[in-house]
Design a protein around this ligand. Structure first.
Ligand SMILES: [Ca+2]
Ligand SMILES: [Ca+2]
Length: 152
């Protein structure tokens, strides 16, 4: 009888756990980092020199050494990943500021579908003449550039 009872439990446990509702608040998005305590922080807060997880595991030196970035991201020396759009925008996003390195920004090339700001920032073409200055010096909203565009 006892064996049967044990068998019964053994068979129902996986059945019950399969039907426990999944709590989405416990999971993190693809672009988020999960802290050991269960909280989620934005992916680009990892290895940024600031402890964002309660146990500061987002700044673990060993983890940061091997931390890889997504495509279209720049990897700072510390392992922090920042979007490429943050490069050469005259704001330091890497803890050591290498996203604003003069050497890199001066020689930086943009793709065909991008506009190159004088600082070396690459912005999407559709940000041109949209009434928002996206280049640090606003040349994407330059009257000469946009005045001509209005004729078409
Ligand atoms: Ca920057
Ligand atoms: Ca713009």
């Amino acid at each position: 009888m006892q064996v049967l009872y044990f068998l019964c439990i053994l068979l129902t446990v996986p059945f019950i756990t399969a039907f426990i509702p999944f709590d989405p608040s416990l999971a993190c998005d693809d672009e988020e980092f999960m802290c050991q305590t269960g909280g989620c922080i934005p992916h680009n807060y990892v290895c940024n020199g600031i402890n964002d997880c309660p146990n500061s595991e987002d700044e673990n030196l060993k983890m940061c050494e091997s931390h890889t970035c997504f495509h279209k991201e720049f990897r700072c020396n510390t392992g922090r990943c920042i979007p490429n759009i943050w490069l050469c925008d005259e704001t330091r996003h890497c803890p050591n500021g290498e996203d604003e390195s003069i050497n890199m920004c001066q020689s930086r090339l943009c793709s065909i579908k991008e506009f190159r700001c004088i600082t070396g920032r690459c912005i999407p073409d559709y940000w041109l003449c949209d009434n928002t200055k996206n280049c640090p010096y606003g040349e994407d909203e330059n009257v000469e550039l946009c005045g001509n565009r209005l004729l078409f």
